[in-house]
Ligand binder design. Sequence first.
Ligand code: ZN
Ligand code: ZN
Ligand code: ZN
Length: 376
Amino acid sequence: MARRSALPPVHDVAVLRARLDRAREAAAGTGLVITPGSDLRYLIGQPGGSLERLTTLVIPADGAPALVVPKLEAPGYEDLPLAELGVDVITWVDGVDPYNLVAERLSGAERVAVSDFTPALHVFGFRDALPKAEQVLAGPIVRELRMRKDAAEIEALRKAGAAIDRVHARVGEWLRPGRTEAEVGADIEAAIVEEGHTGADFVIVGSGPNGASPHHALSGRVIETGDVVVVDIGGPVAEGYNSDSTRTYAVGTPRDADVAATYAVLQEAQQAAVEAVRPGATAESIDAAARDVIAAAGFGDYFIHRTGHGIGLDVHEEPYIVAGNDLPLEPGMAFSVEPGIYQAGRWGARIEDIVVVTADGVESMNNQPHDLVVLT
Ligand code: ZN
Ligand code: ZN
Ligand code: ZN
């Protein structure tokens, strides 16, 4: 049984054709092999799904692209405009070696780029069918397309951002002393769908000491008066583009006396990083803008992750906002700005917005207030 996405496909033929052409150009002579996932969705409008049977889009350096797909799963691709896109469909049945079908389409290729999240099962199959071709990752090729969002993609990110803002605006309905993180998380998950997402991709409710663990999800911990609580939530809208936003809440007056002053540093750091975003600024300079504020206040060792990650069809994608990434930002790049300060064993705080680089600055997809939200 193939996993099938519930998301509707993108059918704008002109957009998809341009993406396929640009992917081939970016590959510069390397054959591309794109298995189900976000890269496939980006290129043909549907993420597809597969387990052990091979489904893959093959884009040779010359000649028509082809979708190699098991015959029994081919109906799942029938509503795509593959003929208009010039993509041949090659079906295969059990007993046939699908890797040889890929190799025929790529015959003579010296290099084959395989999508980053292709199962090793298939990677080894391609290697055996194309023993002379060097295998490289397709991620660095496809990211050149995906990290520069067009107007429709930015509109989808705006819609996702507004939807998750509406959920944050309602968190006070559920975040109450005496309830567990899991109970609060279930209510938030339902609201993520109610407010316009097709599902929740992740729900983090990190209360008290759990807030100091950045990727804590949910637990049975009972929320107490005085807790600081990190709520980091997101998911896709129908177009496939994701939201991801964090706000930090206090259930009554925070029990730890250092919360207000520390949070003020975090808020200043997040604002400084957002204000540094503009075309030409490097990804690492945005990280530094947040980190410098936090370090100057003496909390450098408590900010234990990069400042942000790109976002689009995947929640985490290029560009990464991290020291060492000297990529100059360009209009259309979308990423999170999410510094945090984590006091192990006591409490943590994070503020996260998704921003998009504009022609002359920055637009935030998230517009909820950044203050510590004190629930009374
Ligand atoms: Zn994260
Ligand atoms: Zn997040
Ligand atoms: Zn994030």
